[in-house]
Design a protein around this ligand. Structure first.
Ligand code: NPW
Ligand code: K
Length: 531
């Protein structure tokens, strides 16, 4: 079920890095609100609750569990889980990586409690794979270096459907979703307080299975430097009193004859998302072709930079999109004109408008402003930002590993504008470091969105929202979220043309969900008992 159907309408969920989570835990403990041992007990209990839900056969008895504990507090959670499952009548075996001497204090205390009911066995070379459940409590937030084969070997032959991971599957970096050395793959990953970027980025989803985020009674929030997008961040439903010009005018620049399809998709996207007017800027030779294929979109002739400047004398044109099917030569001559108006005009640069500047990205960056959005896929990103891309491609030597958030942030700072780095884990970064992740993962997985022209529509969605007055970051994050919702709405077999056409159904659901919330609050208001 897509999240808009849930009616929850929460716009975004904070994603905490391991260090941010540690700071919240430490602050709570320092304030005296809770002790480390209490947090560990709650964490263990949360995992047991998830196990009871996911493995209902536990309640029927004769349930055999293997718990693998590491040398830190993740292992400490493992001792709690072992004890609680034993108390529920399970047959529990526990193995510890390393020696009990040297465990952190809270983990040590829980190790001692476990010893009153069971043995702590030395690390096995392999396991028989016959238990009903395996608990991976080896490493979590403290993963500091690549994991050796010896660590993951016991779980090597165990099917992921029988593994529950505590906080993260061992070997997965929670900040980046990257594997350090080797990593466990689990059916369920239970994390605490707030999800982490690594549950959504890179390899995270392939290793986590399903993510359950459980409260352990902490109240603190992090610095909100990264969020997962759960709903539109900017208004997408139109108010009743708008006029077409109050919804802006987007101009999409097209390539020449035979290459106008991409820009037409972009324009359609901008129109569907609610720009008041959308015009395609087309070279003379392609005018007939575009006129024959486009309805609802206006046409204007733009042969070169001079004609483009002339068209831009119309101040009502407040958002531009250049790149889809534009051709690199045309991009090189038109992009500087598009950026001349500075922050007065929103500018979305995609595809050819990015590749055209691969040899001289600094010339492009010098002209960009906070009203711009760059929408590179991985290859375009590497051409414009070779240094961060190269660092990201290197095998991580220590944890936490460099993440897609880190490189998108670096790119946004360098470019001085919003950067949307495409992928199933699309990252949108603002120059001040704020990031949003639009995760097409887990229940929002849409492999059929990898289709020609889908990116052109996304650029149109962004330009359309910016024409309507949205800020660059909010427009990009919202467009990315809606793009995935459209793909979910349509389902397999989707082609790019279907994306704009799926938008009305998505918007209708948002409208209905908003209506439900309004109706809900009205009901609450009127629920005072009658006198
Ligand atoms: N704080 C709290 O109150 C709460 C915390 N909670 C739980 O604690 C977890 C975080 O605990 P943590 O910080 O102790 O880290 P953890 O993941 O156990 O690993 C650290 C140990 O592993 C070692 N090590 C690392 N990588 C390695 C490698 N590749 N190969 C070999 N060794 C390696 C590392 O060694 P070192 O780097 O120090 O040399 C160190 O000994 C968190 O995920 C959550 O489950 C919950 O109970 C809620 C309350
Ligand atoms: K773990």
């Amino acid at each position: 079920m897509s999240e808009i159907e849930s009616g929850a309408m929460k716009k975004a969920t904070e994603l905490l890095t391991a260090a941010e989570m540690r700071a919240i835990e430490t602050a709570a403990m320092d304030s005296g609100a809770v002790s480390g041992i209490e947090l560990m007990e709650r964490a263990g209990a949360a995992v047991v609750a998830a196990v009871e839900e996911g493995w209902p056969q536990l309640a029927r008895g004769a349930f055999r569990v293997v718990v693998l504990c590491g040398p830190g507090n993740n292992g400490g959670d493992g001792f709690v889980i072992a004890r609680l499952l034993r108390e529920r009548g399970c047959e529990v075996e526990l193995y510890l990586l390393g020696e009990a001497v040297g465990l952190p204090r809270d983990a040590q205390a829980n190790c001692d409690r476990w010893r009153e009911m069971g043995a702590v066995q030395p690390w096995p070379a392999k396991l028989d794979g016959q238990a009903d459940l395996y608990v991976d409590a080896v490493f979590g937030a403290g993963l500091s270096r690549p994991v050796g084969e010896r660590v993951v070997a016991p779980l090597a032959g165990v099917p992921p459907e029988r593994i529950v991971a505590v906080d993260a599957p061992t070997g997965l970096c929670m900040d980046s979703g990257r594997v350090l050395g080797s990593a466990v793959s689990a059916a369920v990953t239970v994390t605490f307080h707030a999800p982490r970027p690594g549950h959504y980025l890179a390899d995270g989803p392939a290793h986590c299975g399903r993510v359950i985020c459980s409260s352990i009674g902490l109240r603190g929030e992090g610095p909100r430097r990264a969020v997962r997008v759960d709903a539109p961040l900017v208004p997408v439903l139109k108010s009743a009193d708008g006029h077409k010009y109050s919804h802006g005018h987007a101009l999409v620049l097209s390539g020449g004859s035979g290459r106008t399809g991409a820009a037409r998709l972009t324009a359609r996207g901008a129109l569907r998302i609610g720009a008041g007017l959308v015009t395609l800027g087309v070279p003379g030779a392609a005018q007939l072709e575009v006129a024959a294929q486009s309805t609802g979109v206006m046409l204007t002739r733009v042969d070169g930079p001079e004609a483009f400047s002339k068209v831009l004398e119309d101040e009502r044109i407040n958002a531009l999109c250049l790149g889809p099917g534009l051709g690199r030569d045309r991009a090189r001559s038109l992009v500087p004109v598009a950026l001349e108006a500075g922050t007065r005009r929103a500018v979305v640069l995609d595809a050819d408008a990015l590749s055209a500047f691969a040899d001289a990205p600094d010339a492009l960056f010098a002209r960009l402003h906070p009203g711009c959005v760059l929408t590179p896929h991985g290859g375009e990103f590497a051409r414009l930002f070779p240094d961060p891309a190269k660092q990201l491609a290197e095998e991580p030597a220590r944890g936490p590993a460099l993440s897609r958030l880190d490189v998108a942030r670096a790119a946004a700072e360098r470019a001085g504008c919003t950067v949307l780095l495409k992928g199933p884990d699309t990252v949108i970064a603002r120059p001040d470091g704020m990031c949003a992740v639009n995760a097409a993962r887990y229940a929002r997985s849409v492999p059929w969105l990898a289709t020609a022209g889908a990116g052109d529509v996304l650029a149109g969605f962004i330009a359309g929202l910016m024409a309507r007055g949205a800020d660059a970051f909010g427009a990009a994050a919202t467009a990315a979220w809606l793009h995935v919702e459209c793909a979910l709405q349509f389902g397999p077999g989707l082609i790019a043309e279907d994306l704009p056409e799926s938008l009305p159904a998505v918007l209708r659901q948002l409208d209905q969900a908003a209506g439900r919330i309004r109706a809900g609050s009205a009901a609450e208001e009127s629920s005072t008992p009658l006198q």
